[in-house]
Design a protein around this ligand. Structure first.
Ligand SMILES: NC(=O)C1=CN([C@@H]2O[C@H](COP(=O)(O)OP(=O)(O)OC[C@H]3O[C@@H](n4cnc5c(N)ncnc54)[C@H](OP(=O)(O)O)[C@@H]3O)[C@@H](O)[C@H]2O)C=CC1
Ligand SMILES: O=C(CO)COP(=O)(O)O
Length: 318
């Protein structure tokens, strides 16, 4: 059995793909009304409308029902992960814990696996990340992901791979965590550029310079540059900066157009930008694109000054 905590878009998509791949899956949601609705309609109308839940995917109202399996996937937004682990001490080391989220925690400046290990020392912890939209995964479209764990992740890799979900493994947890977190911030910047009508050339420039600062910070924090060049970094950067399926990109487009954006939608890059600005300052790493995203998203700077700031920095070697 594979347990999943969190019935949002990503948790449900993984549940559907794993169940369609022949695994027995149990998914827990915190809202009993949503659980009842999913059990009755065999759909998650809130997060993935139109996708049928296979029979071997059970939707559970009790957390205990999803514990004790071969792995427990934690599919909640990064800013909710610490609270989830604090609220439910039962989520323990009885099975490998797999973070299915992308971000840096604003309260602790830690990544998802670091947050798990800080609260559950000695747990077998991993992160599943990489270029993958929930609807694509749920529809059974071919998807490749990175599974990063400190120990030997071969068994988990086998367990979580299906004919449509292809997992690559790495031991560079820091690199995989940071790639997934930082690309969301750059995707907001890419969205701003498109929303403001600054053009595809400007987007390519921001993606490239954004990638440069992702690698700069990641290396200082102990990650390997090659991990950032992989699925969880470059791969996800390209996907998220170029597709309007991405909520981070769409949030950026709204910012660029000076339009409101639904605050109920999960946009990980906003809090992560704020956290990364602090992390970069602590480590003395220059991250101009991330700093501009944070300043723009929090309303401290106008679009015009953000553009002028990035274009008028001292000329330098690439
Ligand atoms: N959507 C996608 O395409 C992809 C998303 N991701 C990542 O997955 C993570 C989750 O995103 P996604 O599923 O899309 O987000 P959603 O907003 O769709 O869902 C978030 C889910 O987390 C639940 N949740 C939030 N806080 C808690 C809590 N404290 N305890 C229990 N459950 C909680 C929510 O429950 P409730 O509805 O009750 O609030 C909801 O079911 C993010 O880090 C995202 O970057 C990664 C790849 C693809
Ligand atoms: O991480 C994702 C795709 O890999 C999903 O991106 P958004 O959170 O921007 O929708």
């Amino acid at each position: 059995m594979i347990g999943i905590v969190g019935a949002g878009a990503f948790g449900t998509a993984l549940a559907v793909a794993l169940a369609n791949g022949g695994r027995e899956v149990r998914m827990w949601a915190r809202d009993p009304a949503q659980v009842r609705a999913m059990q009755t309609a065999r759909q998650n109308a809130r997060a993935l409308p139109g996708v049928m839940l296979p029979e071997n995917l059970a939707v559970e109202a009790e957390l205990a029902a999803v514990l004790g399996g071969r792995a427990l996937l934690l599919a909640v937004p990064t800013q909710a992960l610490g609270g989830l682990l604090d609220r439910w001490p039962q989520i323990g080391a009885r099975q490998p814990l797999v973070a299915c989220c992308k971000g840096v925690d604003l309260a602790s400046l830690l990544g998802p696996v670091e947050m798990i290990l800080a609260r559950r020392p000695g747990a077998e912890a991993a992160i599943l990340t990489g270029p993958s939209f929930a609807f694509d995964i749920a529809r059974g479209l071919p998807t490749a992901l990175t599974l990063a764990a400190t120990g030997d992740a071969s068994a988990l890799q086998e367990l979580l791979s299906t004919p449509t979900l292809r997992l690559y493994r790495t031991d560079d947890v820091r690199g995989a965590e940071l790639g997934g977190a930082l690309k969301n911030v750059i995707a907001i910047a890419a969205g701003v550029v498109i929303g403001a009508g600054l053009g595809d050339s400007a987007r390519a420039a921001l993606m490239t310079r954004g990638y440069a600062e992702m690698v700069r910070l990641a290396e200082v924090l102990g990650a390997r540059a090659e991990t950032l060049a992989g699925l969880s970094g470059f791969g996800d950067l390209v996907l998220t900066c170029t597709s309007s399926q991405s909520r981070n990109f769409r949030f950026g487009v709204a910012l660029g157009r000076r339009e409101a954006f639904d605050p109920a939608v999960t946009v990980e890059g906003v809090a992560t930008a704020r956290a990364v600005v602090r992390l970069a300052a602590e480590r003395g790493v220059d991250m101009p694109v991330t700093a501009m995203v944070d300043a723009l998203a929090s309303g401290r700077i106008t679009l015009e000054s953000a553009e002028a700031h990035l274009m008028n920095r001292p000329l330098k070697q690439e």
